[in-house]
Design a protein around this ligand. Structure first.
Ligand code: SF4
Ligand code: SF4
Length: 167
C-alpha cells in the first residue's frame, strides 16, 4: 500500500497556528491534545541584527492524515486551511522528490496510534449535541469550565451543573 505524508516548507511558515486549530476542529480533540503542533526553534541571534526564529509544525501521534477526508478525495484539513500554503499532502515517493528541490522543508510520515496516544475521550453530556461535544469533553479533561467556553460563551456552567445534566 502506498505511504502518504505531509511535506512542510517551514521557511515560509508564519506560525499562524491555523493548522493546529483546523485539525482540532476536524477531529474534536480536547484541550491539551493536538494532531499537529507548531514548535518554536528560536529566537536567537545568528549575527548582530539577524535573528533565527523558525516555526515548525509537527504532526503528533493523533494525526491520521485525515483518513476520512482523504477517503473522499479531499485534502487534509491542515493543508486546506494553511494560510501560507506551505503544506502538501501526497504519496511519500512524490514528496521526497520535492523535498530534494529546496532546503528548509520537512517531510513527516505520521503513524497514527489511536489507543495509546488518545487515551479515553468521554463526553460527559447525555444529549449528544455535536456542536457542544468538544466543549463538554474539555470540561471533563480539565475540570474547569473556563477552558470550555471558546465555542459558546452562553454555555458557561460549573462541572457539577453539567454532571446533573447528564443524570
Ligand atoms: S493531516 Fe489531518 S490529522 Fe494530520 S495534522 Fe493535518 S489536520 Fe491533523
Ligand atoms: S497554517 Fe501553515 S503557515 Fe500557519 S502555522 Fe500551520 S503550516 Fe505554518
Amino acid at each position: 500500500m502506498e505511504q502518504y505524508g505531509l511535506l512542510i516548507d517551514y521557511e515560509y511558515c508564519t506560525g499562524c497556528q491555523s493548522c493546529e486549530v483546523a485539525c482540532k476542529e476536524e477531529h474534536g480533540y480536547p484541550v491539551g491534545k493536538w494532531g499537529i503542533k507548531v514548535l518554536d526553534e528560536g529566537p536567537w541571534e545568528i549575527e548582530p541584527g539577524r535573528m533565527n526564529w523558525n516555526k515548525i509544525p509537527v504532526p503528533t501521534d493523533l494525526c491520521d492524515l485525515c483518513a476520512e477526508r482523504a477517503a473522499k478525495g479531499r485534502e487534509p484539513s491542515c493543508v486546506h486551511h494553511c494560510l501560507a500554503d506551505v503544506m502538501k499532502f501526497g504519496p511519500v515517493e512524490k514528496l521526497v522528490k520535492e523535498l530534494s528541490g529546496k532546503p528548509k522543508q520537512v517531510l513527516f510520515v505520521p503513524q497514527y496510534k489511536p489507543y495509546e496516544a488518545r487515551g479515553e475521550f468521554r463526553s460527559i453530556r447525555k444529549n449528544d449535541d455535536s456542536r457542544r461535544k468538544v466543549a463538554a469533553i474539555e470540561v471533563e479533561s480539565y475540570g474547569q469550565v473556563e477552558f470550555a467556553t471558546h465555542r459558546d460563551d452562553s454555555d458557561v456552567r460549573r462541572v457539577d451543573e453539567l454532571d446533573s445534566d447528564a443524570e
